[in-house]
Design a protein around this ligand. Sequence first.
Ligand code: HXC
Length: 519
Amino acid sequence: MNESIRTIEARIDELNRRKDTLHQGGGQDRIDRQHANGGLTARERVNALVDQDSFQENGLFAVHRCSRFGMEGKDMAGDGVVTGAGSIDGRLVHLASQDFTVGGGSVGEMHSEKIVQMMRASLKTGSPFILINDSGGARIQEGIDSLSGYGKIFYNNVMLSGVVPQISLICGPCAGGAAYSPALTDFIIQTKAARMFITGPSVIRAVTGEEVSAEDLGGPAAQMNISGVVHFVAENDLEAVAICRRLLSFLPSNNMEDPPLLEAEDVILPDKQLNEIVPVDPKQSYDVRDVIVRLVDRSDFMEVQESFAPNIVIGLGRLQGRSVGIVANQPSVTAGVLDINASDKAARFIRFCNAFNIPLITLVDVPGFMPGVEQEYGGIIRHGAKMLFAYAAATVPKITVIMRKAYGGAYLAMCCKDLDADRVISWPTAEIAVMGAEGAVDVIFRNEIKAAADPATRRMELITEYRDTFSTPYVSASRLHVDDIIEPADTRRYLAMALDILHSKREFRPQKKHGLIPL
Ligand code: HXC
């Protein structure tokens, strides 16, 4: 045999050697540094995320084409990102995991091409796309090729939006324009060690003179509680991966499918404790999550954006095995009033559920929209309108439960019958009115109260009269704004039956490019 032609054994040896080297990413020193910082490597994250032995890698041998600024001949395993397909609970996903040990996970031409190829595969196969971010951002040496790569990722984020679920894990730095890809996806899970910002502390110091630490600027406390960018905060990488797996269990693989159907209970018995949670006195507060966990299967409620705009609670649960999205006013925080952030938070979630065939259950106990100069200047009109728009535009089954207060515009914005709710039911404690009895009486009987011999007593009489008229659900039910009035104990059974009945709901809307949700 010609000496220059190597045997198959030699070629396989070479292949295995090359693969072993590439699997080492940036080498043991950098892997050790990653571990010392409390993080997993890109491959360890992938292995923790997907079902055992289900990962099939793509593009391991990718090599950058940059020759400038010391890049010529520089080895960069997989060009700094691990990409491929795997399964989660037996269902296909496509993913990319940035490898900080290789060039700081920076995004060059090949790196972005690998990510984009997985995004396109998600679209073709109708499977969720997951991007694990841990990167210094645009690879500075590659200049425009790097920016172009980000542009392609953003474009494909938009192409996938509403077709397959997209989830971003932020497990390291995610700075500059890089943060816009997660922002274009459906859910962001950030670890406590990770940092997200458009411009870091040093740029801010130079431009505005403000002093802020990276943690205060881009840690999860800032990006969840204050900005509302992040949806879930994880203690560490493993918890981030667990959150991602749990989240996917509620979701369909794409917009043409229903979410996975789990086993149902044989019989739903009345739950008398539900009669006790909501105080009849509208001034008394309670935690609406105590209601939610009694309505969903096995009390399994996955709250989204728990500490952003906590005056409204949103999240996923199941009823008789069917996934549902829950939107509920939270009377224990600012009486559950709707403000700018609560409206944004709820509207986005409603649109997500509608895009992915997840029925909506709305629990109402709301005193109104938040008054105040700050709210008006901040645009409460256009932000609040998002809720009206999102609910009216949603065609999934929509079921509303009025538990107690449902006042004014906020009654409408919490998915009333006129926004095409399929069912509006109420508890006997419901008060459906333009405003609370005290405020209403002060407006319409101002002169009568002033002229009365005993104004305070007259005012109390009028408040009682107003309350007796409107602070029950019977007037609303008589006009068919409420379909039924039920004992709270029967709510879970009612909802499960209604979801069954509404499962085949089909609703067609006028043809258009897209509506113009107020932004
Ligand atoms: C090329 C990069 C890089 C980048 C990090 N590295 N970021 N290489 N382009 N953007 C390299 C470093 O040179 C180093 O390589 C290795 O990655 C590890 O980085 P360290 O700095 O040693 O790590 P650490 O101390 O942990 O700091 C991490 C960091 C820092 C905070 C992310 O590296 C950093 O500030 N990087 C620059 C961030 C940045 O400004 N990116 C551009 C943002 S603008 P060696 O070989 O020395 O180990 C942007 C625009 C996108 O992203 C626009 C899209 C529209």
